[in-house]
Design a binder for this molecule. Sequence first.
Ligand code: NAD
Ligand code: DAU
Length: 341
Amino acid sequence: MRLLVTGGAGFIGSNFISYVLEHTSHSVINLDALTYAGNLENLAEVEKDPRYRFVHGDVADVEILESVFSMKPEAVIHLAAETHVDRSILESGAFVRANVNGTHRLLEIGRRHGVWKFIHVSTDEVYGSLGSTGRFTESSPLQPNSPYSASKAASDLLVRSYFQTYSFPAVITRCSNNYGPCQFPEKMIPLMICNAMDGVPLPVYGDGGNIRDWIHVSDHCAALVRMLEVGEPGEVYNIGSDNQRDNLSLVREILCILGKPESLIQFVADRPGHDRRYAIDSSKIRHALGWSPKIQLPEGLARTVQWYRDHPTWVERVRTGAYRTYYRKMYHQRDRTLSSL
Ligand code: NAD
Ligand code: DAU
């Protein structure tokens, strides 16, 4: 099958394309705007594969979409998005443009071209924040708390409407926090690993007691392939691997793996609207699709730390001047004693 993967130069997208080319016979068109988060270096190992083709462009650009759909993709895996909560708090316009308008344009063209399946890769953040008990199920109410999660929830509702109104064959997935190779170091795990490797402070928001439910990116990729094969249009599937941790414990685990002192931990001002706890009930995908995760957090975290240790050039290249400017802006407003990188 010919797949259109949007956002394929990002963290999950590049892992997904490598996974598909290794484990299936599908071919892939990768449409990516190459924002600060897109990095073709993530795909260096597959760029010469005859089943792979890259198109540089924006999912909100109708002309680009026309030319991509003239290649007749049969299924779409839609990952392209602005994805970082903190950036959405600084400037939300780009999130609405990419996540809402971009998804709308893609749905429209996909509908006109009669794609066989459309997988909309969404997030557990659309459900908002949990108290001290319970887990998100597919029928939990949508209560997004950041401009990022609100833009994802908006796109989920558009996708739902296309199924209800036009019988458009769309499936929505809602995955928990991913970690693994090639994740841009603005997100918590790679940021903490990179700072710890450099011996600079590890900025923990608030009291460090916020809980996230971690899944290794390769388990997410396997779930998306399964979704392509047997996911039921009109359905929503949570994806998660039952690895909940509070942020402070996770940061301590990273320091321990790297043999670095806990004195590097620096508590800083909290994220506004910071969701306290995520925990995902993924029993539906496990029972209906026969998928289950393979990697538990201690093993996955050790492998991820090793990946960053083994790729100093990748780390150096992505932490450019623009990254340092972002870091200064984001972290000096939280705590003025944080030295820049
Ligand atoms: P990422 O930020 O690493 O990558 C996003 C990619 O999308 C980049 O390559 C970027 O260049 C591209 N992009 C952004 N705007 C675009 C546009 N308008 N047109 C074309 N390409 C564009 O993100 P990620 O962590 O790989 O997340 C991928 C998807 O998975 C997103 O939709 C995100 O909401 C979802 N998701 C992420 C997580 C997570 O923990 N990272 C969890 C659940 C769901
Ligand atoms: O749950 C899925 C979501 O996970 C995805 O939809 C998002 O795209 C992805 O960015 C991620 O969102 P989070 O906000 O949960 O991830 P982030 O890595 O930004 O933060 C994880 C936790 O760590 C969160 O509680 C905030 C905290 N944190 C984060 C950073 C960057 C810190 O304490 N310090 C930091 O410097």
